[in-house]
Design a protein around this ligand. Sequence first.
Ligand SMILES: *Cc1c(COP(=O)(O)O)cnc(C)c1O
Length: 371
Amino acid sequence: MSGPRIEVDLQKIRQNTQTVVRLLRAHGVGVTAVTKAVCGHPDIATAMLDGGAMDLADARLSNVQKLRKAGITCPVTLIRTPMLSQADQVVQTCEASYNTEIDVIAALAAAAIRQNVVHGVIIMVEMGDLREGVFPENLASVAEQVIEMPGVALKGIGANFACLGGVAPTAAKMVALSTLANEIEGECGPFIQTVSGGNSANLPWAMSGQPTGRVNNLRLGEAILLGVDPLSGAKINGMHTDAFMLIAEVIETNTQPAPVTLVSPALTPLRIVSGPVDTTRLILAIGHQDTDASGLSMPAGNTLIGATSDHLVIGTNRPTQCVGSEITFHMNYSALMHAMAAPDVKVEVLQDRHPRQSRRTHSKAAHLSLV
Ligand SMILES: *Cc1c(COP(=O)(O)O)cnc(C)c1O
């Protein structure tokens, strides 16, 4: 094996999915597994479906196309509002999409009519994160326009938290989302099938025992992949936090103490530390082009000194680490997302010890029988 690589343990991803699916099922909430951090990697997506996820979602059309090319036929929802320029491909590739712009919905409807299908629309409501969404006071009017538009069907509403603004989802916000679902049903008629409460940051709320109301779906990426709560970074009980490991090779060792002078203004986001005097300096063949170096956890006995585009410099008190040896890191979400998208980082799927029957041909009927 050469070059930096990510080792993925599919069994751990499947078990993490099973754990959240089981916990949330008790509260009447289904899980949509989000594949964007792993760039729509088909084996990882399949592990999520095997673990009981109802369906998949991704933010990028290119990732969904990768899933389809690999033969995954389950419902896939685009969770970033579609680009107007991609309306045709979105309708072709995704059963539904999250939307905030009536012009885009109109383009999707026109594309769906041309393709003789009906495209599902979930309206994203802005509830405080200040990223995407229709303001609650405009929701009924947008919903009404969607209902009247041939080619699209209103499938639900959704909210997103803790992404741009870092606003945590509270019980009160979730009650407000439930109320909105009831209100637009009152005003517009059709049953709102999906009320999607948010992402991994919603798990503490969902598990807290508060009534989940109309919220019957969460879109989970980070919690399944890394087993942590994104807001606190804390491990979720019973979840694996080591499904992904990043491995890089040592290309230089240097017995001089770690120089403090490495600090440069460009590196200020990194925690630059100088090691103890007996520290050996190691250079690894991985850098900013491959991952978010500040999101790597150093193995015991190692400290991060700094990183440049192609080099990672660490201090170690393990003198056994020679040129050609490999060092393994845990990654946070940012490090994982960058590494998965980096062309020079190989993704190696570990031997699956107990492969279950592949659910790549997982159909809507199969998913209904799960509930
Ligand atoms: C990324 C994203 C998610 C998943 O977020 P995680 O924190 O990885 O669970 C859910 N919904 C939307 C709209 C997203 O953009």
